[in-house]
Design a protein around this ligand. Structure first.
Ligand SMILES: [Zn+2]
Length: 432
């Protein structure tokens, strides 16, 4: 019976790919924006995505519902309708002029798996919900104070006090509250009512997503099992303050060159970071912004002020804390030795989501059952799965090989790889 079940599922998933491919082509066409696609959070492109998902789910006879934030829930009834449902999904928004697959692949794979269940006559033990989530790319669309991943956090009741008003949608130039209301949903209910999802009544959450880095391409593997989602420490307002001076007349020993102070800080931080990696720690970091003021500074002037950022990410909170303290220590040292005051300012914290859980082990079993060799890898980017994990829902992620990274128009996922990932997702849904 086992062999039959898995064989039937493999064939049915392969047959569902034609419809999935058609979906990818259609949504790309409808949300095209120059070389890429744009699906604004709570905007037109995202809504087109939700409407297309709903239409397919209706074809499949699924039950449709929504919540106050506009997340879409498409339910495939299981054997026991009272049992906690298994949720799969991802987001339908993109970054501005992004790629066609980041987000959408996770929702489309869920619907393809349900189509395969119907073709193969598979009914899971509990309801399966395919969730199209709003505004995962909040970091690109919103400024002000917010915790990101706005759709899933609204559904799980994870909004901070007054986040509906402190988060500002840059594209619409409106508060989060106004944007949700204008889109036809109910921000007051988000603020005042119990959350739509009760984490204790969710069997598990599984998200398929394209890999945003180069590992699966390098290892020549179609899919990967995610070991954890990196958290971060982010210094958004670092300053090196020295003294503006004449670039020719001021002897080197008299200078307090802010540009060189910032460079020394970053070089020393990199040295410690590389040692952490050499010791086997998980860490990535980058100063994404470094600038002097071009109105004040110039080629022939000693630089008086540099503004920069520092983003560090790791699967380990301990490493993040150590590196944060290291950064502060190096800053203090340079301030003392160079006379350039390196002030890192405040930092924000995002907690890593370690996915070394039973669901990950189940997924490894699923890979074997579906005839795939599994590679484990960390997720560098944040995902809705982290929010489910932080609420105690057993959560897992599948990555699909993807060339050229993500958040750009050149994302390149092959349908063959998507098919392999969907087989694993379908297996996770069928055996939850
Ligand atoms: Zn994404």
């Amino acid at each position: 019976m086992k062999d039959n079940f898995e064989q039937a599922l493999i064939i049915a998933v392969e047959e569902s790919m034609e419809r999935a491919d058609q979906f990818f082509l259609e949504i790309e066409d409808k949300t095209k924006d120059g070389p890429g696609v744009t699906r604004v959070a709570w905007g037109e492109g995202e809504q087109i995505g939700h409407d297309m998902c709903e239409a397919w789910a209706k074809e499949l006879g699924m039950e449709i519902s929504g919540d106050s934030a506009g997340n879409l829930y498409m339910t495939f009834p299981g054997e026991d309708r009272e049992a906690p449902p298994f949720i799969v999904g991802s987001h339908m928004d993109t970054v501005p002029c992004g790629g066609n697959y980041d987000g959408a692949a996770g929702v489309i794979s869920g619907l393809a798996a349900i189509q395969a269940f119907q073709a193969a006559g598979i009914t899971p033990a509990q309801d399966t919900i395919v969730m199209a989530i709003r505004a995962e790319e909040a970091g690109s669309w919103f400024s002000g104070l917010h915790g990101g991943h706005l759709g899933s956090r609204a559904a799980l009741g994870r909004f901070m006090e007054d986040e509906l008003n402190t988060a500002h949608h840059n594209y619409f130039d409106k508060s989060l509250y106004e944007v949700i209301k204008t889109a036809g949903f109910d921000p007051d209910a988000i603020a005042n009512n119990p959350p739509h999802l009760n984490p204790q009544k969710i069997k598990g959450y599984c998200e398929l997503h394209i890999e945003q880095g180069p590992i699966l391409i390098a290892e020549n593997k179609p899919v990967g099992v995610v070991s954890g989602i990196r958290g971060n420490r982010r210094f958004r307002n670092c300053k090196a303050l020295g003294e503006y001076n004449h670039g020719g007349a001021t002897p080197q020993s008299f200078r307090k060159d802010a540009a060189l102070g910032a460079a020394e800080f970053l070089y020393k931080f990199e040295q410690v970071g590389l040692q952490t990696l050499a010791d086997g720690g998980d860490l990535v970091f980058n100063p994404g912004i470094i600038h002097t003021d071009p109105d004040v500074n110039g080629l022939s002037k000693v630089c008086g002020e540099v503004n920069f950022t520092l983003d560090m990410r790791s699967e380990s909170s301990e490493i993040l804390d150590t590196m944060r303290k290291t950064a502060e220590g190096i800053a203090a040292e340079i301030s003392e030795q160079r006379g350039v005051n390196v002030d890192l300012g405040a930092f924000s914290v995002s907690v890593p989501a370690a996915l070394q859980n039973d669901e990950k082990h189940r997924m490894l079993k699923g890979c074997a059952a579906m005839g795939l060799e599994a590679t484990s890898l960390a997720s560098g980017g944040g995902h809705d799965a982290a929010e489910f994990h932080h609420e105690g829902v057993p959560s897992s992620m599948i990555f699909i090989r993807n060339e050229n990274g993500s958040h750009n128009p050149d994302e390149a996922m092959e349908m063959e790889d998507f098919c392999e990932g969907t087989k694993i997702l379908a297996w996770m849904m069928a055996t939850a």
